[in-house]
Design a protein around this ligand. Structure first.
Ligand SMILES: Cc1cc2nc3c(=O)[nH]c(=O)nc-3n(C[C@H](O)[C@H](O)[C@H](O)COP(=O)(O)OP(=O)(O)OC[C@H]3O[C@@H](n4cnc5c(N)ncnc54)[C@H](O)[C@@H]3O)c2cc1C
Length: 453
């Protein structure tokens, strides 16, 4: 193991591996990644691997496009297959309001050059014959949607980075961090110390723990998430092409083909946080006990809307944890007052966003600028006010609303009121519309102790 390096990336999930790859691609090759177990040992190994370009924030939508288009590049650079399946997808509306929402998403996507289009229910049913047309009023067709193999992608990033000089230390746990006077870091591991000019916290499920090693309390929380895999389905076996991806917003479910059946995932209304205070270090390649009851309501809607699913039976249930920020977007960038410490955590859609996160962070570290508008995922959008209590309330709210419509200027109630002006009570008494704090007042990096901005 090296004793000195330019960058030590902590965490070998899809995000850490992407950061490592992007650093080497941009010319920083004296870089290492430390992983406490095998690569993918957090949320990454059990992900469904789905990817798409639909996002409420245009910059994040573009970043998702970048990520999906990157997979061919890393396959070539590594010789490792990512098992890329670009199937395209249909996103289905059951109400006029949802159809309007999809039209807005479509218009924005077309402006961004993402090539989505609105299609009729008949056309959607031709593309996705599992659906019962009677329940739907229209659909959005997204050509850039599909899935990849999570382990293949992570290995491909890591191998491509190694080919350019990076080193990957598996079964090496970062146990503590201490900063030298010149801003560089001593990264203490259970296999020895590495002196690093920069540290990247890409520790996923352990992002909070690696934050705490530097005195930070990062606003992220893991939620349990379940998907099921059905038994073999004659409709899937008979299909000449791979079945398209599909989102049914009313059922709050997403699905794709898996083998000769379908994979169906859902974001239930009463989601359950996992390991609220800290993540156990001995949690590795483990799943959580399934709880079908919790997702039964969504599955029932799914079975009505897609009758062949009901006949297929359930072959396997996966319940695993992954982390979210209060607004559901990644938490990326430098921390004010904590020189050379970078974060890339809270990435809830690693296979749609991991590539873009790696690109932004590596640009930021090397050029001092992420290279594109990253406000939606900049860690600086949070401040000390984003306490664990706030994060808990907001993450649960966000999870429960994953497929709901967010209306322009809509203020969501969880964890409010949080910060109030002296005139708050008087304004409220007059039923004024109260909004979030201005962006400028939110621009403060979050440190638990030793503040030195
Ligand atoms: C059931 C389920 C289905 C999902 N489906 C999808 C999907 O279809 N599409 C999608 O895009 N996303 C999906 N996700 C989310 C996806 O899994 C995450 O976005 C992604 O895995 C996050 O990757 P990460 O690298 O940030 O974190 P992690 O995968 O948690 O990786 C962090 C790594 O850091 C290591 N580590 C932590 N601390 C240390 C330390 N101190 N020293 C050394 N190593 C350390 C850990 O061992 C781990 O390997 C799903 C998640 C779940 C649970």
């Amino acid at each position: 193991m090296k004793t000195h390096t330019q960058v030590a990336v902590i965490g070998g999930g899809v995000v850490g591996a992407s950061v490592l790859y992007h650093l080497t691609r941009a010319g920083w090759t004296d870089v290492v990644l430390i992983e406490r177990d095998e690569l993918t040992s957090g949320s990454t190994w059990h992900a469904a691997g789905g990817m798409h370009t639909l996002n409420g924030d245009p910059n994040v939508a573009k970043l998702q496009e970048y990520t999906i288009n990157l997979y061919r590049e890393i396959e070539e650079a590594s010789g490792q297959s990512c098992s890329i399946h670009i199937t395209a997808g249909v996103d289905l509306a059951t109400t006029p309001e949802r159809l309007d929402f999809l039209k807005v998403a479509c218009a924005r996507a077309r402006y961004l050059g993402l090539g989505m289009e609105m299609i009729s229910v008949d056309e959607a049913a031709r593309l996705f014959p599992l659906m019962d047309k009677r329940h739907f009023v229209g659909a959005l067709y997204n050509p850039l949607e599909g899935h990849v193999d999570p382990a293949g992608v992570t290995q491909a990033y890591a191998k491509a980075a190694r080919n350019k000089g990076a080193e990957v230390y598996r079964f090496t746990r970062g146990t503590s961090l201490s900063q030298r006077a010149d801003g560089s870091w001593d990264v203490i591991t259970d296999k020895g110390a590495i002196h690093a000019e920069h540290v990247v916290n890409a520790a996923g499920l352990w992002g909070r723990e690696v934050g705490r090693m530097a005195g930070l309390e990062l606003p992220i929380l893991a939620m349990e998430h379940q998907y099921i895999i059905t038994g073999e389905m004659p409709e899937v076996i008979a299909s000449k092409e791979e079945v398209l991806h599909c989102i049914d917003f009313e059922g709050e479910i997403y699905m794709r083909q898996e083998g000769k059946g379908m994979l169906i995932g859902t974001y239930e209304k009463h989601g359950v946080p996992w390991s609220v205070d800290s993540t156990p270090w001995d949690f590795t390649h483990e799943l959580l006990p399934p709880d079908l009851e919790r997702i039964a309501a969504s599955l029932e809607v799914g079975f009505q809307h897609f009758p062949p699913l009901e006949r297929a039976g359930i072959k396997r249930i996966v319940n695993g944890p992954f982390t979210f920020a209060p607004d559901g977007n990644p938490v990326v960038g430098p921390i004010r007052g904590l020189r050379n410490y970078w974060v890339a955590v809270g990435v809830m859609a690693g296979f749609s966003q991991g590539g873009g996160v790696g690109l932004a962070l590596s640009n930021w570290m090397i050029d001092g600028d992420p290279g594109f508008d990253v406000w939606a995922m900049d860690v600086a959008r949070f401040g000390d006010w984003a306490t664990p209590g706030y994060t808990h309330a907001k993450v649960r709210e966000n999870y429960s609303r994953r497929f709901r419509i967010r209306f322009p200027n809509e203020e969501l109630p969880a964890a409010r009121p949080l910060r109030m002006m002296p005139v708050y009570d008087r304004l409220k008494a007059k039923a004024r519309c109260l909004g979030p704090p201005s962006a400028s007042s939110m621009r403060c990096g979050s440190r638990r102790k030793g503040r030195s901005r």
